[in-house]
Design a protein around this ligand. Structure first.
Ligand code: SAM
Length: 241
């Protein structure tokens, strides 16, 4: 997979050199290219925004700047067979979740367009949705709150997607029991390590029993318990504890 990120703050993406993601990049499991949008900016100040039509506070990122930038990114990848999926993070988009992350692992090329200010001129999303050289556009939100820019959202999405790619996790089984790993599934239950007694708090007896059926039963019940407390919206038809 190839990942391109366009941003006015390329330094935000230094963490992609660290930990699992950094190691996977070094192992060539996927590649990441970060581009400074100002490279395509206009005039002496490399401007990327302008005042909003209809008035109001703040500035809007220019369709012209984004269009030129995205066209040149697409051309870089042109010898490859993959059409890029354009991801535009925005609080007004569909909410990103584990199913989105799993679906995107099948993409050959993801291009992330990090908005700032009042966001990107809406014609950019419309134009690339219908473009024959692109795999479509995903306007997507990290959650129901407003960040200052798309960079943090993109970091979170890239980590969620790439950790599901074969070879990224040391133990691929780690992702199988994760919260939300089954669409519509529950959150993971409580986890413990040594010592068995810490400040008067004991590890639940079934986890020390060595009995695999009992352990699985305890974990399922604890997962349902935590889900019903923290995420009752996910309980659906699952047994209430
Ligand atoms: N005025 C916009 C609105 O209310 O929808 C918010 C603009 S926000 C200050 C600037 C940029 O931050 C957005 O264009 C987007 O790229 C990013 N952003 C903010 N919150 C986000 C969220 N919850 N999910 C994804 N991106 C977000």
């Amino acid at each position: 997979m190839r990942i391109d990120i366009l941003t006015v703050f390329p330094d935000y993406f230094a963490p992609l050199d660290l930990s699992l993601v950094g190691k996977a990049r070094k192992d060539h499991i996927f590649e990441v290219h970060v581009h400074d949008l100002r490279h395509w900016g206009v005039g002496a100040h490399k401007q990327v925004d302008d005042t909003p039509y209809g008035g109001g506070p703040g500035m809007v990122m220019s369709a012209d700047v984004w269009g030129t930038a995205l066209d040149s990114i697409q051309r870089v990848d042109a010898p490859l067979v993959h059409k890029p999926l354009l991801v535009i993070p925005t609080p007004s988009g569909i909410v990103f979740n584990q199913s989105t992350a799993a679906d995107w692992t099948a993409q050959g090329h993801l291009v992330f367009a990090c908005g700032r200010y009042e966001g990107i001129d809406s014609r950019v999303a419309v134009h690339y949705s219908d473009h024959p050289d692109w795999a479509g556009v995903s306007e997507i939100s990290l959650g129901d709150y407003v960040l200052a820019g798309g960079e943090v959202a993109v970091l979170a999405m890239i980590e969620a997607v790439t950790r599901l790619m074969p070879g990224v996790l040391g133990n691929p089984g780690s992702a199988v029991d994760d919260s939300f790993s089954i669409p519509g599934g529950l959150v993971e239950g409580s986890v413990f390590t040594k010592p068995p007694l810490w400040r008067d708090l004991e590890v639940p007896a079934p986890l020390l029993s060595g009995n695999h059926a009992l352990i699985a039963q305890w974990r399922a019940a604890d997962s349902a318990r935590r889900t019903s407390i923290n995420r009752p919206d996910l309980m659906g038809d699952s047994p209430q504890v």
